[in-house]
Design a protein around this ligand. Structure first.
Ligand code: GAL
Length: 473
């Protein structure tokens, strides 16, 4: 199961990441990616907006979960976050000054529909209208994610993702969003990382809503996969000229040893992390051959569901941070596999304890390009947390610059070899609320001082601006 591991202290060391036998890397310039390649930054509503009760917003499962003792480190919550709800205008101006032309953000379902269904909160619609309109005035293209993990609490009380009625609730929400914003927004993503929010939220119980076990997980998976396709159909029908995608957390998976039981364990983990939600959308069904323990999902399938799980997305969003190395584990229930942490393998890792492994994104791009029915790939998230410090008004985050360059080099290499990748979004524009890790991990190109809400562009932000301007770096 993928979850957000706790933070590690080590920083990564550049010299460790370069394989001496690695092929010559292509020269990293914006021009090398071609004129049509889309560059941007990504965020999510709960992680940046704050204003958790402002102007009629209803509570989401993350409001509830974060307010419970011991769920988030240091009892942090997203109540204020980056206060983007009030500061979006200045933040967009900063984005513009950094030369960023594409902005991925999510809509807060409970800001638009405080009870999840029924009564519309007009103030919520007005807020997103202001945000979208300013983006367009500044020449920044909005890319909207419908759902980035913040289910209205009112729906969780009715069973949330475990209740099949969610297909109707989600459909009504998608319809409202498409009808309200589709005249101006032409890039949409249905879900953010379904494997993470169902796995961490409904199986492990470490994310909102904090439910555990197969009894919750299996129906949540099926209903999420149905909503993924249903959302796609609704967006495409109501906004026919839109590019409609959805996003997946993906990690290149390798066996620890070239031994049969590790190799098979790695295949199971790969099916769970990288294929479970994608393949039903492509019409291939759930990968139950590798995930035998998930066969009980068939009990939740109704006649016609296989067809309802399908949707021909215009693009697939790839979100990659690390690689997973897997060993066979007899005692680990169901999956019989364990992830071997980066720390134990003596490899470089970030502030999240995630291995820095740029070649992973290269392998993933080729892997997903291998599905003939995927039209195109967009990297909708890639980035890293490091223990940044603000000193004399500056944040020198050379590690993040190195990280981004190394990963981008691998993206370019895959693209030049024919992988159909056509865009790249850095996670994230601002430091923000990193779920159960609270505010400690900093992922932003822009530093946020949470006591003053002061923004400071980090070295990585300056680097990205120069890269986008096409300066020779
Ligand atoms: C992704 C998620 C983001 C952000 C990022 C860094 O899985 O979509 O919300 O948390 O990871 O951990």
């Amino acid at each position: 199961m993928q979850q957000k591991p706790s933070m590690g202290a080590a920083a990564f060391c550049m010299t460790d990441t370069t394989n001496k036998q690695a092929p010559q890397q292509p020269v990293l310039t914006r021009a090398a990616f071609g004129d049509d390649f889309q560059w941007g930054v990504a965020t999510a509503a709960y992680q940046i907006e704050g204003a958790h009760t402002a102007e009629g917003k209803g509570p989401s499962i993350w409001d509830t979960f974060a307010s419970r003792k011991g769920k988030v480190k240091h009892s942090h919550t997203g109540n204020q976050a980056c206060d983007f709800f009030h500061r979006y205008s200045d933040d967009l101006l900063l984005m513009k000054a950094m030369g960023i032309q594409n902005f991925r953000f999510s809509l807060s379902w409970s800001r638009l529909l405080p009870d999840g269904t029924g009564k519309i909160n007009q103030a919520g619609i007005a807020y997103y209208n202001r945000l979208i309109d300013q983006c367009l005035e500044l020449g920044i293209t909005p890319w909207i994610t419908l759902y980035h993990w913040d289910l209205p609490q009112a729906l969780e009380i009715k069973g949330g993702w475990t209740n099949r009625d969610i297909v109707g609730w989600f459909g009504a929400y998608a319809t409202l969003c498409a009808n309200s914003f589709g005249d101006r927004v032409k890039h949409w993503m249905v879900l953010n990382e379904p494997m993470v929010f169902t796995g961490a939220g409904y199986f492990l119980g470490v994310h909102a809503p904090g439910r555990r076990g197969f009894g919750s997980f299996i129906p949540a998976v099926h209903h999420t996969a149905l909503c993924q396709a249903e959302g796609g159909r609704i967006l495409k029908q109501l906004v026919p000229d839109a590019q409609v995608g959805t996003t997946f957390s993906c990690s290149h998976v390798e066996p620890l040893r070239e031994q049969e039981n590790d190799i098979r364990a790695a295949k199971r983990v790969d099916a769970l992390l990288n294929r479970l939600f994608l393949e039903p959308a492509l019409g291939l069904g759930y990968p139950l051959e590798e995930l035998k323990f998930m066969r009980r999902i068939e009990k939740h399938m109704k006649p016609g569901d296989e067809e309802l799980l399908r949707f021909d997305f215009d693009f697939i969003g790839i979100q990659n941070y690390t690689r997973e190395v897997v060993r066979y584990a007899f005692w680990t229930p169901f999956i019989q596999a364990n992830l071997v942490p980066a720390k134990k393998r003596n490899v470089p890792y970030t502030h999240m304890n995630w291995e820095v492994y740029p070649e992973g994104i290269y392998h993933l791009l080729h892997k997903y390009s291998g599905y003939s029915t995927i039209r195109k790939l967009i990297i909708t998230e890639n980035g890293a947390a490091f223990p940044d410090e603000l000193r004399d008004g500056q944040v020198n985050d050379q590690q993040r610059v190195d990280f981004l360059q190394l990963y981008l080099q691998q993206v370019l290499r895959a693209r030049q070899e024919g992988a159909n990748v056509e865009g790249y979004f850095v996670w994230s524009f601002l430091d923000n609320f990193e779920w159960t890790e609270g505010y400690e991990p900093r992922f932003g190109l822009v530093h946020v001082d949470y006591s003053t809400q002061q923004r400071t562009v980090k070295s990585s932000g300056h680097w990205y601006r120069d890269f986008l301007r096409g300066h020779n770096l």
